[in-house]
Design a protein around this ligand. Structure first.
Ligand SMILES: [Zn+2]
Length: 163
């Protein structure tokens, strides 16, 4: 299993090649979005948010947001280190916090959750390629993490296999 420093170094090393590759197949703007998402995915939205990690420390005063996540999800489980599932769950988790924040701020004149959801859906429809690039960047960084851990299969698989 790679250390936090090794994960960070690999994220920084592979960010540019990923960005260039995506630029070649999807255009410069999408390549830049995907490259940025790759860096954010590796440094801030790492599968290791399920434990006290360097990625968690980067959240600074907001690292408490990940406390429920760490308590609910065992380290290296399918729900944090599973391909697609891990990234998807972290995004849903962040969106849940955003929804809660919007509901709390609504009495103070902030946009409602319904209006933000409507704008979000419209933007997804209008900007499908950039959003796909963003998701691809986040998921690619998660795959890099899993490969560096030298075991892309989640802990549940091994527990099930060794029964
Ligand atoms: Zn890990």
């Amino acid at each position: 299993m790679a250390s936090g420093k090794q994960h960070d170094n690999a994220t920084c090393f592979w960010c540019l090649p990923f960005c260039l590759f995506l630029s070649l197949i999807a255009g410069l703007a999408n390549g830049l979005i995907g490259g940025l998402a790759f860096a954010i995915g590796g440094l801030w939205l790492s599968p290791d948010l399920d434990t006290r990690s360097k990625a968690l420390k980067r959240w600074g005063p907001f690292k408490g947001l990940w406390w429920p996540y760490r308590k609910l999800i065992p380290h290296r489980s399918l729900f944090s280190h599973g391909p697609l599932i891990g990234t998807g769950l972290r995004l849903v988790y962040l969106m849940s916090w955003t929804a809660l924040l919007l509901m709390l701020l609504q009495p103070f004149g902030f946009p409602t959750l319904v209006s933000v959801t409507k704008v979000f859906k419209e933007q997804v429809g209008l900007n499908l390629q950039p959003i796909l690039s963003l998701l691809l960047g986040l998921e690619a960084s998660a795959w890099l993490h899993l490969i560096l851990d030298r075991d892309p299969l989640p802990a549940e698989w091994h527990r099930w296999r060794h029964r």
